[in-house]
Design a protein around this ligand. Sequence first.
Ligand SMILES: [Zn+2]
Length: 335
Amino acid sequence: MGILLLAFCIFAMLPVPGHAAGPDRAEQLSGYEATIRGILAAGKLPIIDVEYHHGDKISLSSLLGRMDANGVALTWLGPNEKLGSEESLRQYERYPGRIVPTTVHGDGPKWHGNDGQFLESLEKDAKSGRFFAMGEFEARHYPSSTNDRDVHKPVDSEGMQTIFRISSETGIPFLLHHEAEDALLPELERMLAKYPKAKVVWCHVGRNRNRATWKRFRDVSAVVEFLQKYPNLYFDIVQSKPGSKYPGTGQVEGILYNAPRDPIEFLESDWKKLFEGFPDRFVIGTDVNTGRFPQYDRVITTFRQVILSKINQDAAARMAYKNAWKLMTGTEWKD
Ligand SMILES: [Zn+2]
């Protein structure tokens, strides 16, 4: 009897998924809300940055300085594999009201090496109720300006199945990195159809790195088609400088801008129409990491000058913070 009672007590002490010990959710939300309302009251459009790559080389006080200077209310702080998801909770404790606990990114050797323990602890973290979002998980990834990862972990491979399933089961969004080559689209479409409840933010839309192999995503039509077909799909927007070329092909990668014209690029009219026609489906992510940290101001300024100030106010507010708010809280932002 004593043993049964003991067993029961241990069972009762186990955390219930979604309600594990952690910061009080209502308190967290009111802190975030106060920050957003503070920026609105100052007459600025607040931004929630959904894609930040946190390593140990940039101090959080430096990040907070850039956020303050640029009207960025909240940052989904995705740590690298080495630091682990807990790092985001530690930084939240230092800057509540600004940092949104986010799990690790899937961009390191553990993710690419199909490390079982990595996925197991990711699932535990996502189901602990302590995190609002998951990081960016790489499927096909070309080498970029700050790394040389030339990898392809198919979107329908086992690790990705786990991410899509966790998102479906928890309602927590995740970011996906996948180069939009025609040949790589079927693996993504199979998953979007298989997991209609997963909340997928496909990163860097508006980019085309190779006109020869990215034929469908050469203009907005494929974006429209995907948005119509998959109600669970969201996008963050290409962060590279207008007119900048992808070194791998020498082609200008931002296809949402008019022909490069400094200092302020113009938004192509069909992209403006896209953002205004699907105002609930786009969010802002800086994609800033250690190497790109000096570009923080430029990235936010581009979003503000080239996109947010060029679309109607309702769509701009949704893209800047309301859509991200809904993704991370599950509820609509209340004006
Ligand atoms: Zn990415």
